[in-house]
Design a protein around this ligand. Structure first.
Ligand code: ADP
Ligand code: MG
Length: 327
């Protein structure tokens, strides 16, 4: 049924029936003018928002409605991960053209609640608006963090090691496959469509290491590096051969005639974590191996040295916020 037939309130009732679940801390849930939540004692609040717009962030040719919901939550969850916190409550604002079927809106919410359950985050409200051109999903997410675990973009010291979780470039490889064949399904396309933000990984890191700064990779490794160096007033050197690129991603590069290294440097939406730790933590980093995949990829240097990529030969190239500077 089209949403024009069931109307705004019919739709909100449907949404409400899909997302409702008990939580002791939610004193007033969906259905009132606003949600009311009992705060945890002794924790700091983290508040973030992220929006996905049709044709800008997703395309219905290769993305299902469920995947749109999943990803809209994932990008918010990743921001909470990057601060060291745990997600708690979400408000979902959805913009819909009149032609959208109610089932499809429900599918968006099924994606939202599926990833929400996984990361223990509950929808407590939102807003439903008409959008003349295309769908958008905007989520505001409330999380919590203990003061001792809070980690910012700023805080790295000269000589700190630069590390990254997981593998890089896969989400971009997946997108390139989807652009060629919207029906393609593989671990790479899944990484683009339904990413898993690194919430629990971040918590493990923060327990074991003293992380000095952290950011999530939503705009690409090289851009995020600039954020970290600018915030801490430093430079950085990355070792090309240490950037984690999976064999799957390399194979995709050969198949598509693209550079996996360039993907790894420029691909956003990886939702991995880029962070720095003091050099003394190197033995701890090695111990992490079995719990969280972490690669040591470079180090923070003096600001005047800029942000550089060191090739295996030892030659250094300047990185730009976009990725490579070709000579
Ligand atoms: P108001 O006009 O006071 O803003 P609404 O009719 O927009 O109220 O919303 C009524 C209730 O439904 C509120 O609790 C609101 O949070 C919830 N709600 C509205 N739209 C959505 C949505 N898209 N997702 C989740 N909850 C929603
Ligand atoms: Mg409203």
């Amino acid at each position: 049924m089209r949403i024009s037939q069931i109307g705004e309130f019919g739709l909100i009732d449907l949404i409400r029936s899909r997302v409702l679940s008990k939580d002791r801390r939610v004193l007033v849930d969906i259905g009132d003018d606003a949600a009311v939540i009992k705060p945890s004692e002794g924790k700091l609040l983290i508040f973030t928002t992220d929006t996905l717009v049709e044709k800008v962030h997703f395309d219905l040719r290769y993305s299902t409605f469920r995947q749109i919901g999943w990803k809209a939550m994932a990008s918010n969850l990743s921001d909470i991960a990057a601060m060291g916190g745990l997600p708690k409550f979400a408000l979902v604002t959805i913009g819909l053209p009149k032609s959208v079927a109610a089932e499809n809106v429900i599918s968006i919410y099924d994606g939202i609640t599926a990833i929400g359950r996984r990361y223990k985050c509950k929808v407590v409200g939102g807003d439903t608006v008409f959008s003349p051109k295309g769908i958008f999903v905007s989520i505001a997410l409330l999380g919590e963090v203990e003061k001792k675990f809070l980690v910012k973009r700023k805080g790295a010291k000269r000589g700190d090691l630069i590390c990254v979780t997981g593998d890089l470039g896969e989400a971009q490889a997946g997108l390139e496959f989807l652009l060629r064949n919207p029906r393609r399904k593989s671990s790479l396309t899944r990484k683009h469509l339904t990413p898993f933000p690194r919430i629990s990984e971040a918590r493990i890191l923060l327990r074991i290491l003293k992380v000095s700064s952290m950011i999530d990779i939503s705009d690409g490794l090289s851009s995020e590096l600039f954020h970290l160096t600018e915030e801490s007033d430093l430079g950085a050197v990355i070792y090309q051969d240490k950037i984690p690129i999976s064999s799957n991603c390399k194979k995709a590069g050969r198949l598509l005639g693209k550079s996996p290294l360039l993907w790894a440097l420029s691909s956003g939406e990886e939702y991995e974590l880029l962070f720095t730790v003091g050099r003394k933590k190197l033995p701890h980093l090695k111990k992490l191996g079995r719990k969280v995949k972490v690669s040591w990829i470079g180090e923070m240097v003096a600001k005047k040295e800029g942000v550089m990529l060191r090739e295996e030969s030892g030659r250094k190239r300047k990185l730009t916020k976009m990725g490579f500077k070709h000579f």
